[in-house]
Design a binder for this molecule. Structure first.
Ligand code: ZN
Length: 65
């Protein structure tokens, strides 16, 4: 049986959202997922991320041409 033993490597972390400044938990499971995708730690809490997803704020709006 092969299972990802991320619990030995990751621990729940408390991060601070760069949008609302609230603290949120970056769980061990999420850390393993983010690392497997080659992503760095999230800068926003879950609700702010959901909000951005829902409103679909374009990141690159400044496009002169
Ligand atoms: Zn937030």
């Amino acid at each position: 049986m092969r299972q990802l033993d991320y619990r030995h490597h990751f621990r729940d972390k408390v991060l601070h959202c760069c949008d609302c400044r609230q603290s949120f938990v970056f769980t061990a499971g999420e850390q393993a997922y983010f690392q497997s995708k080659g992503l760095s730690a999230p800068k926003r809490c879950k609700s702010c991320r959901e909000l951005r997803k829902r409103t679909l704020i374009p990141d690159m709006e400044e496009r002169s041409g």
